[in-house]
Design a protein around this ligand. Structure first.
Ligand code: ACM
Length: 765
């Protein structure tokens, strides 16, 4: 565009509305959904002469909007008195919710009202999302329209958190700011910064230089998956830390976005990096290095005066930096093995009249709490801090399910909800075999979205103790910031709506539509989000029909059943596919003849067990229900590499009995059982099982040993042909008694805990 044309344009811009490309008005698509949003007739148009008016003291929020608009519209914005063509901020004392706001737009103005700067800030975030995406996609001087709306909004929860582990992998300040920016856009207000762990200490502590020299670096890093056998290491030095100056910069950046940063300094476990630097803090004479692989380590701080002095000095510097009213002190996964054999730890137990090592952990946490309370701060700890007695003023972060949350809330403690089942964004988000390697588990977008942070065991009064939810990103398997984004988005969008939007105003279909729209925003923001909206999902219904579905609207599914790739001319899926023979289904989501996502593939094996009746004496664990008992004989095998899919059934510590009854007696040659085996994740195939075959003439029983190896799959092929004279005997029913592996032995991950049994697909030929 020539300069002369530009000048001409700006002269006549207010008279005519032609010169710049005009953008169509889209219907509002805001995440998290406001509590009430009404679209009214008309629109407000931002042009070259639109100004901002700060009628009251919302300087922070006004400046935030101003800088946003200046960058995006490529012009300077004036803050001045105006009654027309104005974005107006107004103080409204009738808005009583601390972070609440209203927006009213019409042809003359955009009126943002709040009673706090935080409220005004969230009004700004909503306004940004009301602006056309083209603004963020290109910096051209568009004419911008905002739909006329009336919005009334306030958050459901006061705590809306996202966590990031920077110990397992470290991310630079620029990325931390990008993460915080995205949180602000989604109205999250707390960043939980996991700064120390076994694999690296990431915060500069001036008094202890070896934390920077030694604890911040590891000699090597595990490559591939923890369950791989043999394990491979890259033998490269890895590490670094944030200087106090960088931390101050990040805190100021977050503060300007109404985000509080809670630092986490882990104790008494997950302390191997610190102990590698200062061995005198440990409980054994053995020298340790900064950990090079993942998991839980026995290295633990010794509960002596030297350790408490060290921790208090560290926390002094932490408090000097972080204004947060909360300091997170970890408390999770602290094996007591070393304390059991340490004379120092045993002496502390004796001197303080403690019952055992659990009470010693409680003593440890309570001492730290007392120190932090004396400085005007409160502690947060993972739910293990309940063991041996909860520190009087502690807030509990409930991660191992919700039992800890219920106990803490009932005893009058505040609780933050981060159960693995709904909040662990390091879990797989798709069952597609091509997903980047993740720690395990399975947590789909829809499940995050449907999370209700209030456990049903709580009364309305007790429920007030649940201050909010949080999404967690542990980064063992996220080596780059791109991977962090892939795991965080779009699940962070779902969590923002869990945290902000009242349950009655949530709707998954509406959310999915808004996520699809938000894709463009994330592209404009250069966020490497995962897109599973265009994936096909399949499941077998009770009528032995295979159903296909996809999350987003306005597309079609095309499929084949012969293993060939679906194309624009393949059959359109309209009704469930009957499962009466082996099927090799390939399906894809198409729009206007174009395949949008990845091809979904599913083999269905029509074996003799399909359609039989099955019962199990125990319910699978709530986190690993698979497809229920019937899923064990539905012709679909669980993944060979992931136990968190919709086929594997997980049982924690239970011995299980499975009974299969056929519609009519059948001849059987072979029975195959499949067990998952991932000892690093506490999953152990059983060592044996009992089988009972019921025929017209009575019962045959047998004890079957299982192969022992490190494979993730342990298979048992039970061949009946070896029984002479059995070939012609028809079987009415089958029973399996499968004893759990038992307690995990010393020296293994999860030692002392019950092992998990995972089973899927009993194939009967
Ligand atoms: C945790 O995931 N260890 C809190």
């Amino acid at each position: 565009m020539s300069a002369r044309f530009l000048i001409l344009c700006s002269l006549i811009l207010t008279l005519l509305s032609c010169r710049e490309p005009e953008i169509k008005l889209s219907s509002p698509s805001v995440i998290p959904a406001p509590q009430s949003l009404q679209v009214l007739p008309g629109r407000f148009t931002i042009d070259q002469s639109t100004v901002i008016r700060n009628a009251d003291d919302f300087t922070h929020s006004v400046n935030f909007l101003k800088s946003f608009l200046e960058v995006e519209t490529n012009r300077s914005w004036e803050t001045k008195y105006a009654t027309e063509n104005v974005i107006l901020f107004e103080f409204d004392p009738s808005i009583t919710a601390a972070e609440g706001y209203t927006i009213e737009t019409n042809a003359q103005q955009v009126l943002l009202k709040a009673s706090t700067d935080a409220g005004a800030f969230y009004a700004v975030q909503t306004l940004i999302q009301l602006l056309p995406l083209e603004l963020e996609k290109s910096k051209e001087n568009h004419l911008l329209h905002i739909p006329a709306v009336a919005i009334k909004d306030e958050p459901r929860f006061s705590y809306r958190g996202m966590h990031l582990d920077v110990s397992r992998h470290l991310f630079d300040v620029e990325f931390i700011k990008k993460y915080i920016d995205a949180m602000a856009l989604l109205k999250m207000n707390t960043f939980h910064w996991h700064l120390t762990d076994d694999q690296g200490w990431r915060i500069e502590i001036k008094r202890y230089p070896k934390l920077q020299e030694i604890a911040a670096y590891r000699d090597s890093t595990l490559m591939g998956h923890y369950n791989d056998s043999p394990r491979l290491y890259d033998t490269k030095k890895y590490g670094g830390f944030y200087t106090q100056e960088e931390i101050r910069e990040v805190i100021a950046f977050a503060k300007a976005r109404h985000i509080n940063i809670i630092p986490e300094i882990e104790m008494p476990g997950h302390a191997q990096a610190a102990i590698a630097a200062y061995p005198e803090l440990g409980c054994t004479p053995e020298k340790v290095n900064v950990a090079t692989e993942w998991g839980v380590f026995e290295t633990i701080y010794c509960p002596d005066e030297e350790t408490f002095t060290f921790l208090e000095n560290v926390l002094d510097e932490v408090m000097e930096l972080f204004p947060s009213p909360y300091i997170h002190i970890g408390g999770d996964e602290a094996p007591k093995t070393q304390w059991k054999s340490s004379p120092v730890a045993q002496q502390v137990i004796k001197e303080n009249g403690l019952k055992d090592e659990y009470e010693l952990q409680s003593y440890f946490i309570q001492r730290i709490e007392k120190y932090l309370n004396s400085k005007g701060r409160n502690i947060i700890g993972w739910d293990e801090i309940l063991e041996g007695g909860l520190a009087p003023n502690a807030t509990v972060m409930s991660w191992r399910g919700t039992t800890g949350a219920v106990e803490a809330a009932k005893s009058g403690h505040d609780v933050i909800m981060t159960p693995t089942s709904h909040s662990y964004f390091d879990y797989y988000q798709s069952e597609n075999e091509n997903e980047p390697t993740a720690i395990g588990g399975f947590l789909a977008l829809e499940k995050v979205y449907n999370f209700n942070p209030i456990p049903k065991e709580l009364t309305a009064e007790e429920a007030k103790r649940i201050i909010g939810p949080q999404g967690n990103l542990w980064t063992e398997y996220m080596t780059t910031s791109d991977q962090v984004e892939y795991m965080a988005f779009p699940r962070m969008l779902a969590m923002s709506e869990v945290a902000w939007t009242q349950a009655e105003n949530k709707n998954y279909s509406s959310f999915i539509n808004r996520v699809e729209y938000f894709h463009q925003r994330m592209e404009a923001l250069d966020i490497n989000y995962a897109n599973h909206l265009y994936e096909v999902k399949g499941f077998l219904n009770d009528q032995q029909q295979y159903k296909l579905s996809t999350a987003s609207l306005g597309k079609e599914i095309r499929f084949t059943t012969d293993g060939s790739k679906p194309t624009a001319t393949s059959a359109i899926y309209k009704q469930a596919i009957p499962f009466t023979k082996n099927l090799s289904i390939n399906a894809g989501v198409f729009k206007e003849g174009k395949l949008l996502g990845k091809v979904f593939k599913q083999q269905l094996l029509y074996h003799k067990g399909v359609g039989a009746t099955i019962t199990i004496n125990k319910e699978p664990n709530k986190s690993y229900p698979g497809s229920g008992a019937q899923g064990l004989i539905n012709g679909i095998k669980g993944s060979d590499s992931r136990y968190g899919d919709s086929e594997w059934l997980g049982f924690w510590g239970d011995d299980i009995e499975i009974e299969i009854t056929f519609k009519e007696p059948i001849l059987v040659d072979e029975i195959k059982l499949r067990f998952y085996n991932a000892t690093g994740q506490w999953v152990y195939a059983p060592e044996k099982y009992y089988i009972f075959l019921e025929t017209k003439n009575g019962m045959i029983s047998d004890l079957v040993g299982l192969p022992k190896n490190d494979n993730t799959l342990i298979l048992s092929n039970y061949n009946l042909k070896r029984f002479k004279g059995f070939e012609n005997k028809k079987i009415n029913s089958l029973k399996f008694n499968i004893p759990n592996y038992g307690i995990i032995p010393e020296g293994k991950q999860g030692a002392g805990n019950k092992a998990w049994t995972f089973i899927d697909e009993i194939i009967i030929n």
